[in-house]
Design a protein around this ligand. Structure first.
Ligand SMILES: Nc1ncnc2c1ncn2[C@@H]1O[C@H](COP(=O)(O)OP(=O)(O)OP(=O)(O)O)[C@@H](O)[C@H]1O
Ligand SMILES: [Mg+2]
Length: 446
């Protein structure tokens, strides 16, 4: 089914999609968005540019917090950009546009309404008459495979069926542009695959009026499985940093070597950026992802053991551990920060200390971790230093929180501090009392 020789969808159009590739449906131009009073502090999106044309499914990949949902909400006209412009069908967007529908990760269905009434609800808001409402809702229900469930209530449906109701509700308004925010991520693997395939079938058979689809995901395989083009969004702030054409025809085969190669390539692209930022070393004000020491130890052990013996392909590790990018990348990133791993070209490689770590018992692991923590994480050494210098060797949490807030938003400062508290406790470099919110060197050997 796949044709690995085809390198660009533009040069070698896939008949099912490109025959319909045409006019511009959406243009996002220099869109930025900040939150909070001081918008510089929390710039979530920074100069995002993209366009969607008729006939294409475009994926947006990015890590948690990179601003994917924010961007979708801007495109849906639900919130405004701080800067820049969105135009839909050539006209500047001004609030929610007719013809743009959104599918969310989970659906807030009205529990007291039947499937049919839930689907009709969207049309009611548009002032469509009762008769037409019913006809169109029944058609959408039929299309999305909910036939026979018209009179069921949401509680009687499985997660997959409920998500189908969500799709029907989006499709019933005959959208031109369909926005989807991780529509399959709350579903089990099989249900998600069935729904993806059903949706792709409807798309390739041209049975929906939809001209273009934008799907947000942090699942690289899903993006390669569904999309004609994939945009990669960076984090802090979010920018489009890569665009990858997917040259395969539908239906796609995940096991095809060319498919696998492309997944690998995207992993490599996404980790390359991560490596770049990690190589510089951490600074005091850097945000740290909340990764437990258990997860770190688990990944080190897995990569150290057979069949990997210290070096593993990230997509393969993700698959075997049933982790998604968002689960795996932060762990790899933290291991890299701590000098336990290097991530290169989509592979994770353990450093010599990490190989030793894998062989150690609990107490020796803690000591080694403490050493790496103090050497590589400035916030940890900062806390330790302040405690050493203070009479009584105590310091309140707020002292460090305030220091971090010079660099980070309040929430990010709090999360980062919590992360370092967990790591510090594990490494026993300080103790922390949740009640009094005090750091101290009590019960800590120094
Ligand atoms: N209304 C808001 N007020 C303040 N901050 C916000 C608001 N909405 C989003 N943010 C912040 O913007 C950043 C991006 O959030 P967003 O939900 O767009 O990310 P995402 O890429 O969709 O993440 P995920 O993959 O976890 O869904 C986060 O740091 C979030 O805390
Ligand atoms: Mg989101």
């Amino acid at each position: 089914m796949l044709n690995p020789k085809v390198v660009s969808a533009d040069l070698f159009p896939a008949p099912s999609t490109t025959s319909r590739l045409g006019a511009e449906v959406l243009r996002v131009k220099d869109v930025s968005r900040g939150f909070d009073k001081n918008q510089d502090e929390l710039l979530v999106l920074d100069g995002v540019n993209l366009s969607l044309r008729e006939g294409e499914i475009v994926g947006m990949l990015g890590r948690s917090g990179s601003g994917k949902s924010t961007l979708l909400r801007i495109i849906a006209g639900l919130i405004e950009p701080t800067d820049g412009e969105v135009s839909y069908l050539g006209k500047p967007l001004d609030g929610p546009a007719k013809g743009v529908a959104m599918v969310f990760q989970t659906f807030a269905l009205f529990p007291w309404l039947t499937v049919l009434q839930n689907v009709e609800a969207g049309l009611e808001a548009q002032g469509v008459g009762a008769r037409e409402r019913r006809e169109r809702a029944l058609a959408a229900i039929d299309l999305i495979g909910l036939d026979g469930f018209e009179n069921a209530y949401p509680r009687e449906l499985s997660g997959g069926m409920r998500q189908r109701v969500g799709f029907a509700r989006a499709l019933v308004v005959d959208p031109t542009l369909l926005l989807m925010d991780e529509p399959f991520s709350a579903l089990d693997v099989l249900t998600a695959e069935t729904l993806r395939t059903d949706l792709l079938d409807l798309w390739t058979q041209g049975r929906m009026p939809i001209k273009s689809v934008l799907i947000v995901t942090h699942n690289i395989e899903e993006a390669v499985f569904m999309c004609d083009r994939i945009l990669v969004l960076s984090s802090n702030p979010g920018r489009v940093v890569a665009e990858i054409k997917v040259p395969f025809n539908h239906p796609r085969n995940r096991l095809d070597p060319a498919f696998r190669r492309l997944v690998d390539e995207i992993y490599a692209k996404m980790t390359a950026r991560q490596t770049e930022s990690t190589r510089k070393g951490l600074e005091l004000g850097n945000w740290l992802p909340s990764v437990s020491t258990n997860l770190m130890a688990g990944l080190i052990e897995t990569v150290a053991a057979a069949p990997y013996h210290g070096r593993a392909d990230m997509p393969e590790i993700a698959r075997s551990l049933h982790l998604e990018v968002d689960d795996l990348f932060p762990v790899a990133e933290v291991l890299q920060h701590l000098g336990f791993a290097e991530v290169r070209e989509g592979d994770i490689m353990l450093t010599p200390p990490a190989r030793v770590f894998a062989e150690l018992g609990t107490q020796d692991r803690k000591m080694m971790f403490a050493e790496h923590l103090l050497r590589h994480v400035p916030l940890a050494s900062r806390i330790k230093k302040v405690l050493n210098e203070r009479p009584g060797h105590r310091a309140p949490r707020v002292r460090f929180e305030q220091e971090l807030e010079d660099f980070l938003s309040d929430n990010a400062a709090e999360d980062t501090l919590d992360t370092v508290i967990n790591w510090g406790r594990y490494g026993e470099i300080f103790s922390y009392n949740d009640q009094t919110e005090l750091f101290s060197l009590e019960d800590v050997e120094s």
